[in-house]
Design a protein around this ligand. Sequence first.
Ligand code: GSH
Length: 278
Amino acid sequence: MIFQIKMLKQYSVKIIKNGVKMFSSTSILRSESQLAWNTPHLAVGSAKPAIDPNKVYLYNMRFCPYAERAVLSLMAKNIQFENININLNFRQKQKPEWFLEETFGQVPVLLYKDNIIPESLIVCDLIDELFEGPKLYPEDPMEKANDKVLLAIFDRLRPSFFKIVWSSDQDAKSVAYEDLCEKLKPIEEEYLKRGTAFFGGENPGMLDWLMWPWFERLPVFTHMNLPVPHFPGLNAYQQAMWNTEPVKKYGLSADEHFQFLKQFSDKTTPIDYDFLIK
Ligand SMILES: N[C@@H](CCC(=O)N[C@@H](CS)C(=O)NCC(=O)O)C(=O)O
């Protein structure tokens, strides 16, 4: 893969008032490595790609936060893998037949040595244990358990996130927003307590890669007349994460996430998974 920077659109980086760096809608500096992810999402009727059991493959969907966990973990370990984007539209029954036969019908799924492994947490755990490269989880069992506890606390904000994004009622959105901010408080406290650039230390660890996809999506709130939650520690953390190679190469802007997410409010129009490559 050639890591050559290519000017595709007029791109700039905008700093919003709480200091969180976001890409503006009309502008992005895209490297070829970024573009490599934006392959068509295979749908019903498409041929199954040839699979070499000795290579690593990931069934992915470009906008899926769970699959992003697996992508970032693979990149953090420098694992070469083939990315296969899947059209997950179940309303119009778009999932490929072979995908439905092999899996639970969700992404991420890791394929390696004739094993088919679903579920982001299982996949990421396996990536860390199976492959060489920097250890992403702490080696110390108690530290690892504490990171998993923090992840469980963090995970409680996911329903509020989706309520903010999906609800058509502005009051319900505001309540969910307050709830989400409450749930970020213990995360902010823990970040400040650790006193390092990342939850994993001076380099990101597994906890960072597992939580990041939701941090990356927080700026979509600005499209809903809500501010990005303001926490001094976590705002600095978001900046630091945007500067990591995996996030630079894979992360999407708030506008791109919003463009994807807003499609779900109209239940009749098929979801366009490929708008980034049109
Ligand atoms: N618990 C799963 C959740 C994965 C998930 O919900 N993936 C979504 C895409 S973001 C999916 O595959 N949706 C298709 C469907 O549920 O039909 C994990 O952690 O991997």
